[in-house]
Design a binder for this molecule. Structure first.
Ligand code: HAM
Length: 443
């Protein structure tokens, strides 16, 4: 029987990262990391596998019921591949509650799996930068988290016309729905799920969904009216006080005082899909209509740590997704070409020179931090070797034949400048260094 070749395709909704993709990814991660570290956040990480229960309890039906990759291990324990970081980090905080010094400013960069229907901006495996503060209920934490969002956007060269932070509050949403629509707590939860999906479905499907949930035509009308109203107009419809409105008032006032209000807007449709959010909720959107999915999503959660022990520790933070953020950077032309440039030197070889000579040259360059590749294929003509270096985007090629070695020199070719130099062995390393760091002609 003929052997059936295996498929070269990666699993649906995942990506292979070829070297150029890794150049982008490493640039993105290292830039974000340096920004969050500037704000004093400390890096943590957690395992890829968690117990199924930590998602079943508070993440919500969509994640736990539909999108979780879960399985039984060899001892029949029900496990899940993490679909998000927040339950894991809450578990880590709960585990060391007595020794950690609060407030915590923590961040991580990790991958997640969700059984999604893959489409633009939604994959089955994606990476998130999670940035969270634990141990303070004060609104300054929200402000700090928004400042980090703004800092990240600024570091990538984005200006305020390119994105918006859309803000709401879960308590405010619940108060409005229960008071204005006269909905009971079960209805409020069902309505929040429909509102969360509103932007992704047609008005007809949205109305049909609400009707199926037992929401009356009058309530749907009121919901439409509220959804199109300003914060002040919605607030004025509340008969009794709302803790959520008080929280939003204090957040907006802090944002005004610190100049961040220009980046933010109130949006009643931001409710967030996870059940664990209890206060502020927000998402960051690209202003370009080409990129409709959120770049960042986050909010405050008061009860996640208490899943693990009898202590309440409030958390607030966000996940920044790599897929939509890459679209954002591409749409606004914010990915510099220079990240794909290779800083390396290619050392060509001649058959009549012992290989050891080239290893010595490579070692001299590496000792100065210059990445080097010695030609591997063997005895091709020099032109072919230089051509290969060019194709692989090496900016500099070293040529050392019998004559150069006898004269104590090496020839150095800058491929883009199309110039060749002959330098003494005592000085060629520093001259190449200057050449690579942008010094045009170091003669
Ligand atoms: P999330 O909104 O599910 O929140 O995800 C955060 C971000 O990750 C989204 O805005 C989006 O950019 C990206 N993202 C999510 N799912 C996918 C997917 N299937 N494909 C591509 N990108 C995706 C959370 O996960 C919360 N745990 C974030 C958080 C941290 N809340 C508080 N702290």
């Amino acid at each position: 029987m003929e052997k059936q070749a295996l498929s070269v395709n990666n699993y649906k909704g995942t990506r292979d990262f070829y070297p150029d993709d890794m150049l982008y990814r490493n640039w993105f991660f290292s830039k974000v990391k340096s920004v969050v570290e500037e704000y004093g956040f400390e890096e943590y990480n957690a395992p890829l596998l968690e117990s199924f229960e930590i998602y079943a309890a508070k993440s919500g039906e969509e994640i736990a019921g539909e999108q979780l990759y879960s399985f039984l291990d060899k001892k029949n324990r029900r496990l899940a591949i993490r679909p998000e970081m927040t339950p894991s980090v809450a578990r880590m905080v709960a585990a060391k509650l007595d020794t950690l010094v609060f407030p915590l400013r923590w961040f991580s960069i990790a991958n997640f799996m969700r059984y999604e229907n893959p489409q633009k901006g939604r994959l089955r495996e994606h990476w998130q930068v999670n940035v969270d503060i634990f141990g303070s209920e004060r609104m300054e934490c929200e402000l700090e988290i928004f400042a980090v969002v703004a800092g990240i956007m600024r570091a990538f060269g984005a200006d305020k016309s390119m994105f918006r932070i859309r803000v709401n509050n879960r308590k405010f949403f619940n108060d409005v729905i229960s008071q204005v629509l006269e909905a009971d707590p079960a209805q409020v939860k069902l309505i929040s799920k429909a509102v969360d999906k509103r932007a992704k479905i047609s008005k007809e499907s949205y109305d049909a969904w609400l009707s199926e949930l037992g929401i009356s035509a009058k309530q749907i009308g009121l919901l439409d009216e509220i959804s199109a109203s300003s914060y002040e107009a919605i607030k004025s419809k509340l008969e009794s006080g709302s803790e959520g409105a008080a929280e939003l008032d204090s957040l907006f006032s802090l944002l005004d005082q610190t100049g961040f209000s220009g980046l933010c807007e109130f949006d009643f449709s931001i409710v967030r899909g996870f059940d664990y959010y209890t206060g502020t909720v927000f998402e960051v959107y690209d202003t370009s209509p080409e990129n409709r999915r959120s770049l960042f999503g986050g909010g405050r959660y008061d009860n996640l740590v208490s899943m693990f022990r009898d202590d309440a520790v409030s958390g607030i933070g966000f996940g920044l997704g790599d897929v939509t953020f890459q679209h954002f950077l591409a749409i606004h032309a914010l990915i510099p070409e220079s990240i794909f440039e290779s800083p390396k030197v290619y050392v060509t070889r001649f058959a009549d020179v012992p290989l050891q000579e080239y290893y010595t040259i490579a070692a001299e360059l590496r000792a100065q931090g210059i990445p080097v590749c010695v030609h591997l294929l063997g005895e091709e003509k020099l032109g072919k070797q230089v051509g290969l270096a060019e194709k692989k985007r090496f900016p500099v090629v070293v040529i050392a034949g019998v004559d150069e070695l006898a004269n104590g020199t090496v020839a150095v070719k800058h491929l883009e400048m199309k110039q060749q130099f002959e330098w003494k062995r005592s000085e060629y390393v520093s001259k190449i260094k200057a050449l690579l760091s942008g010094g045009k002609d170091p003669r």
